[in-house]
Design a binder for this molecule. Structure first.
Ligand code: FES
Length: 59
């Protein structure tokens, strides 16, 4: 796993994740971005919403 400085954690796929309710989520991508900001609409996967937060903070 590799943490980015401003967004998700990146892990090599494919992976099977388990959400807080115990539901499994299979992701077949070769690189999977896990949301750490909890703003993603596709949580636990990153949907790049963290970029909007950064832009809002800069303006
Ligand atoms: S880290 Fe990218 S949307 Fe949360």
């Amino acid at each position: 796993m590799r943490f980015t400085s401003d967004g998700p954690a990146l892990i090599e796929g494919p992976v099977e994740l388990v959400d807080a309710d115990g539901n499994p989520l299979r992701v077949d991508r070769f690189l999977v971005a896990i949301c750490l900001c909890k703003r993603s609409r596709t949580y636990p996967l990153c949907d790049t919403s963290h970029r909007r937060r950064r832009r809002d903070a800069e303006s």
